[in-house]
Design a protein around this ligand. Structure first.
Ligand SMILES: NC(=O)c1ccc[n+]([C@@H]2O[C@H](COP(=O)([O-])OP(=O)(O)OC[C@H]3O[C@@H](n4cnc5c(N)ncnc54)[C@H](O)[C@@H]3O)[C@@H](O)[C@H]2O)c1
Length: 262
């Protein structure tokens, strides 16, 4: 590794596992210190294992991103742990599906609370801090999805929340450009994580498939021939956080094996 993030402080939400934790691992390998945030009070086992390898480079912070007070506490704890934040990896999200005519208010509220409200107010709090601190090389990476670029009959709310992530990324990039802060997004396709285990079980119920079958099918449809793994997304995240991406803002990068084109 080339220490592209040497001495940088990266704050990652929803990083107790899946893509977020893989990105934290890659950032640490590039020299960063990471504030890893998730909603569980105690650090998940995989986070503790990474922390044992890098005790002075990882702090775990419990916060629910739907709670604006918890966001303020999260930010305060992160600053105490590692000082000013250089990069926000704004990643926490939840998934649900239902036929459009049956989808209910509770599912709508939960998805928009985490994926849009949580995403926006975490970003706003961290951007205020970045502007105040005048952090050099500061940037935000919001986790969108291929779902934000198209509709899906069973997945309307999740698709809408991810379209909102792409839209906020564009507006925030323009608002922050005068401060020299970049705001970009990443739109993965299908990545094998705990979220996809949940997606698979929901599709199994909705489409009468055996467990694992939906995963198998979506993997075959990817032009590069397989589902992604969390580490496939990490390289793009490190690149967008690094100075190599210093002239890139307001973009949402597809990291999907070509899936959005298929
Ligand atoms: N896995 C995929 O195929 C895929 C595809 C496109 C986009 N994405 C996006 O990538 C990101 C990471 O997804 P993943 O697959 O690693 O999912 P994941 O479920 O493994 O990780 C998401 C994390 O967010 C946390 N979280 C949920 N609600 C929270 C809250 N209120 N406060 C704090 N943390 C909360 C969860 O505890 C979990 O650890 C998400 O934004 C997701 O929408 C994933």
């Amino acid at each position: 590794m080339s220490e592209r993030l040497k001495n940088r402080h990266v704050l990652l939400t929803g990083a107790g596992g899946g893509i977020g934790l893989a990105v934290a691992e890659a950032c640490i390998a590039e020299g960063a210190r990471c504030s890893v945030v998730d909603r569980a009070v105690a650090a998940p086992e995989a986070v503790r294992a990474l922390q044992q390898q890098h005790p002075d480079k990882l702090a775990y912070i419990a916060a629910d991103v739907t709670d604006t007070q918890a966001i303020a506490h999260m930010l305060a704890e992160a600053k105490v742990a590692f000082g000013p934040i250089h990069t926000l990896f704004n990643n926490a999200a939840v998934f649900d599906l239902a036929p459009l005519l049956d989808s209910d208010e509770a599912s709508f509220d939960r998805l928009f609370a985490v994926n849009v409200k949580g995403m926006f107010f975490v970003m706003q709090a961290v951007l205020r801090h970045m502007v105040e601190a005048g952090t050099q090389g500061a940037s935000v990476i919001n986790m969108a999805s291929q779902a934000g670029r198209r509709g899906e009959a069973l997945v309307s709310h999740y698709c809408a929340t991810k379209a909102a992530v792409i839209s906020y990324t564009q507006s925030a990039a323009l608002a922050m450009a005068p401060h020299g802060i970049r705001v970009n997004g990443i739109a993965p396709g299908v990545v094998d994580t705990p979220m996809w285990d949940h997606v698979d079980s929901l599709f199994a119920k909705a489409e009468g498939l055996p467990p694992g079958e939906k995963k198998r099918r979506v993997g075959l449809e990817v032009p590069l021939g397989r589902m992604g793994v969390p580490a496939d997304v990490a390289g793009a995240a490190v690149f967008l956080a690094s100075d190599e991406a210093r002239y890139i803002t307001a973009q949402t990068l597809n990291v999907d094996g070509g899936n959005v084109m298929s």
